[in-house]
Structure formats: C-alpha cells, structure tokens
Ligand binder design. Sequence first.
Ligand code: C2O
Length: 617
Amino acid sequence: MASTTNSPSTLLTLPNFSIQTSTFLPKTSQRSIYKKKKPFNFNSKRVVSCKASNGKQNDAATSFLNRFDRRDILLGLGGSLYGATSLVRDPFALANPIEPDLSSCGESTVDTSKACMNVPCCPPKLKDSKIIDFEPPLGCKIRYRPAAHLVDRDYLYKFESAMERMKALPVDDPRNFMQQANIHCAYCNGAYSQVGFPDQKLEVHYSWLFFPFHRMYLYFFERILGKLIGDPDFAMPFWNWDSPCGMTMPQIYLDPYSPLYDENRNLEHQPDVLVNLNDGKSVVKQTNKKKDDFDELTKREQIKRNLSVMYQQMVRSSKTASCFHGAVYRAGCVSETDIGCTPEPRGGTIENGAHLAVHKFVGAKNPPYNEDMGNFYSAGRDPLFYAHHGNVDRMWNIWKTLPGKKRRDFDEKDWLNSSFLFYDENANMVRVKVRDCLDSKTLGYDYQSVDIPWLRSKPTPRRRRPRVAQGLDQGQDVAARRRSKNRRDFPIVLDRVAVRIEIPRLKKPKNKDDEEVLVLQNIQLDRNDSVQFDVSINDDEDDDNPCRPEDSEFVGSFTNIPHGDCHSEAMISTNLYLPLSEALEDLEIQREDSIVVTLVPKEGEVSIGNIKIDYVC
Ligand code: C2O
C-alpha cells in the first residue's frame, strides 16, 4: 500500500541516494575532488539526558531552521535543477517504472559535507552486446545458500576458488570482482539516469527497489561464481546475523590470505565482538574500558536486544508491503505535486534497520567514507557484502511466510515493471524486471533452514500500566506532566535532549484491518550526517534509562547513514511510519485517547515537522 500521508515537505529532493564513503580510493579511479560548501556546522554529540526547557528547544529550532532558509536561498540562486523534468512528465501517466539509461551512464559521485569525489563505476561496454530480457532458469533443482558459520572445508575450498577466479578475471571483464563491486556503486551513486528522465538519477536504496535490486545483483554474482568453478548449482553463503551464533563477522571472511578477506573493515569489530543490530555500534562491555556508558551490555544482553530488534523490524513494524519494502519510487518523480509520486526517500524496516547497522559495523572507521562496507559506493568491494545481503534477501523470503493478510509484496505495475541491467555469467547484458524476482525458488535458490530465534523474542512491557489502586495523586501528577509536555511547538528540533510529546489518537480506523501507525512527518536532515534517534511510547519517564528494543514501549528508530551523490541537495525530508498496534496491546493502552511519544536522540540532528497518528502504512 502506498502511503497516503505525504508530508508537506518543501525541501524534498529525489531519492537520489547513495551512502557514506572514504579516504581510500581505487587506484584506477581518476577521481577529482573539489571543495563543496557546507553552510553550517553540525555539532552532533550523542545525548541521553532529557527534558529540554522550552526556551532551549526554541533556540535550537530557530538556528536549525535558519540553516534551511539559507539552503533554500542557495537553491533559489542555483535555479531549479529538476524543474524542466516536471514539465516533460505527464502527471496522469501513471505507468512510470524505473529503468536505468545505460547510454547515459556516467561517473558516480560520492558526496561528503566537504568534498565531492568522482568514481568511475559504469559497466564495461562489450562489442556487439545487445540487451536480452531475463528468463528465469529452467529446471527444478533448488540450490540452498548455507549459513556462513556452518560451512565445511570442502565448501570453503570451492567458494574460495570461485572468488579467486573472479578476482583474477581481466579487469575489463564485466564478471571481474571489481566490476561486480562497481555495479553497486553505479546504482547508488548516480551513474545512471532514468530512461525518459535525463535529469533524474537512479537510486536503488530507500525505496521499494531495495529488495529486488539486491536480490538480482546477488543472483548474477552467484551464477558467475558457479560458472567459474564449473558448478551451476553453487550457492553463496549468507551471514546469519539474526541468530546468536551468527552475530559476529563470519570466520571464513577473516583470514588475511583468503580471497574472502578485505582489509577495509573495522578491526575493532572482529570476533568475538557482537554486532549491534540497532545501530551498528559495538556496545558490549570491554574489560579495559571505563564503565561510564549506560549503553554497555553483556553479551547475553546484546543478543537479547538484537533478537528484539529483529522482532521489531520483521514482525511488529512490517505488517504491510510499504513498511517492509519502503516507499513507492516511480520514474521521473520529482515533487509531491506530481500525481502518483512519492518522492520521499524512505527505506523499509530491515533496510533502514539491521541492514544499515551491519554496514556500519563492518566498515572501517576511517573518515569520511568508512570504506568498504560503511559506504554504498565501495560496499561491494568487500566479499562480506554478498553474505550480508544474502541474509537481507533471506529476510524477504521469511517476511512473506509470516502471518498477516497484508504481508504481501506490492502488486503495482510500476514496481513489477521496474528493471535493472546486469551482465550474466556468460557476459551477456540482461534486463531483469522486478516481477522476475519475486520468488527465489523460481530463480532456483533458497536458504538453508536454520532456527529463527527472534520469532520468539517479542518485547515485553517495561512498565505495567499504573493501577487505579496506586493512588490518585500519582495519576494526576503524571497527567499534569504530560499536559505540560504537550505545549511543544512543531517543528521539533531533536539534537541533544530527549523530547516528550502527547499525541491524540484518532477515533476509529476506517477499516477494521487498518494498522494504527505513528507518523513522524517532514523529518528534515542533512543526508551527509549520521543520524539516529529512538522512539518509544508511554515510557516511564526515566530519562537516564530510556526504553530499549526489548521493551514493548520501544516502537522503532530512525537512522541515516551519510549518503548521496553530489547532484542531490544536502537537506532531505522524509517520514517515519511506526506501527503501534502490538505495542498498544502489550501495554494495555488500546483505549486511551492519547499516547505520550518520547524521542531519544542518539546521534546527529534533525527537525521534525509534525507527529500524528494515522491508520495506514
Ligand atoms: Cu545496496 Cu547494503 O546496500
């Protein structure tokens, strides 16, 4: 279901997206770096203390919004980049599937707040190559992708030989490892325009293209590996990070002499450091560290938290296609006045959540680009990327088996007919449509069946609802405090202190099956910033100890990792949808007229235009 709750965002740019990037560059790249103005300076510290005085809040709001004004002015002076495109598009022509324009493929750009780096990522042009339409493989044999931590020696030998051969192919062979890595760079960092819309860059993240694109990218990668070792049934491993045994980087990728190794990783996150699926930072207690971080966890706690995060993202918050897959993204979609467009860049729960967290966890700490995994342009250079995305892809398969009438893929033509181009194992250029890849079994593969412990990791209420017997005084006090928090004006600037606000609930859903969602509208941020904040409802106001994913009160997080090609505006606007029904039920507050929303900033700074309750997602 497409969202029907578009915000009145005025600064929207397209989902012209890409991600963080780095100091390391491929030797072959003829890069050019030029200085880019950043009109303001973020001073983003992680903050946990709460309760801004209103005055403070307003100051912050003013200064944050001033920066927007300035950006607006810059935009105005520069002229409207996208204006012309709007005119070309027929707003009533709803058939606008996304398609990359191969002929226009140009250098990718990687933006940071200070500089712009150009990287050549286009696929090599082969003589007499014509594009053929993808046909799903014939045959009914299914190959099973194994969990990386469970493979045996024979398998590892095979996998390593395949990778070695892929790396040894001529550099201009489209099946060469670096060429494969560049596919990701090209589709995320603005190498392609959209067919019919030369001014519109194509971006496969933060929208409904995310799962299909990555599925087919891995599919061809795997087929090439299979071809190189003469085994068409070869299946790549997946990184089972959603299960306790898989929550560290898989061992097979860690031998420096192996073709599976990549030196551009965060060495501090080698095993047995556990991934943190909430935000990618390791917060497990280390003995040689001062224990002043409230966020430090034991391993057991981290595992429990990760499983709760998975439950949140896969079960509680992803009951519809739009929640799980992300926002609608149509060709030529420029502004929200375009009928049928949702230009808001918004990834689904897993994409924005565990997926980004793992990228952050693996990528090296070197600023500004955090290669390889910490930046989309370089992520494909780490062999671990393909195992990571194997698990992301596995989540799509699992999601479709979970109960709930609306856990179905979109059936919109613009999604089904969106297409991507890949070189196959025979170096033929193939056009794949989203409709070709909905079922992994049709493509001839599935995943080894392993335990899914997060299915049993439903969060529990941290605080039971106060009983009437606990005394009237306490109740009134709570009510009074809530009222006072309700005076806060929008936009809310969220930077260093937690913000609480009471939000009225709507009377009734239009349809009985509609999901009640908390909508944070017009979240404005600089896409070059790392941003994270957590959202909980009716917490117990213990500001030193905010709610965590294992608490029912916790309803989700907002995450941004720096991304963007140099053509897109730095300020972006997006919405966050957080389904509430399970939390309301667990907290036994289905009948209340309002809820109190707590926003806990963890990194970076955003402004939030409005918060409301709605019944769609
Ligand atoms: Cu294309 Cu994990 O990103």
